[in-house]
Design a protein around this ligand. Structure first.
Ligand code: FES
Ligand code: FES
Length: 225
């Protein structure tokens, strides 16, 4: 069709616009129709293995904060999720869920670990201590009391992990376990602030309460060098 010489719109006369729209719609429909079988095929390929994969359950026995607990868990359940979602011990926090922040730190058989990085089934028969097991609001653990006294927190999200980590860290020092910055491996020199900062470096505090956390640990440790 010839363009109306009086039509100054950028789209051109109405008939031209309709026919362009029809062409576009027809093109879209045919393109979609052509694409559908491919999408279905891709979806089928993607879902088939997932559907075929069976959930494997396992019984896990733990001693949590002094009490025997028995759980039926999907074997993929992390210790963190077992504590929070199955035992409702929500004092342990999920920060990054990737082993980078330390918010999920608990003490397992005397060692501090990131509970987001380990599967619950790997700890059959283990002793797990969470922040709820360290002390109670009426009878705070000395480290909890020191955190309160020295204002070692702001939002408090990292605090359970910081406290569990600090308690186990002082036990590591007592046991003579060196850190990356321990200069002398042959003698047990007095614990220094540099040592504590290094040993606590896996526990991130987004509120930046580090200096107060150090003061709290200093008090419990009986004074840092
Ligand atoms: Fe486990 Fe961050 S939640 S290290
Ligand atoms: Fe808020 Fe540490 S007190 S992240």
């Amino acid at each position: 069709m010839d363009k109306d010489p009086n039509d100054t719109t950028p789209q051109g006369p109405l008939e031209t616009r309709v026919s362009r729209r029809k062409v576009l719609i027809a093109g879209t429909v045919s393109a979609a129709a052509g694409a559908l079988p491919a999408v279905a095929t891709l979806a089928g390929e993607a879902t088939a293995p997932t559907e075929a994969r069976a959930v494997v359950m396992s019984k896990v026995n733990l001693e949590v904060n002094g009490a025997a607990r028995s759980l039926d868990l999907d074997t993929r359940t992390t210790l963190l999720d077992a504590l929070r979602e199955h035992l409702r011990l929500t004092g342990t926090k999920k920060g990054c869920d990737h082993g980078q922040c330390g918010a999920c730190t608990v003490i397992v058989d005397g060692r501090r670990i990131n509970s987001c990085l380990t599967l619950a089934v790997m700890h059959e028969g283990s002793r797990v201590t969470t922040i709820e097991g360290l002390g109670t609001p009426e009878r705070l653990h000395p480290m909890q009391a020191a955190f309160v006294k020295h204002d070692g927190y702001q939002c408090g999200y990292c605090t359970p992990g910081q406290i569990c980590s600090a308690v186990a860290m002082l036990d590591e020092v007592k046991a003579g376990i060196p850190s990356h910055v321990t200069a002398d491996l042959t003698s047990r020199s007095k614990l220094s602030a540099v040592e504590v900062r290094e040993r606590m470096s896996g526990n991130i505090c987004r509120c930046g309460a580090y200096s107060n956390i150090l003061d709290a640990i200093d008090e419990v440790a009986g004074g840092l060098a």
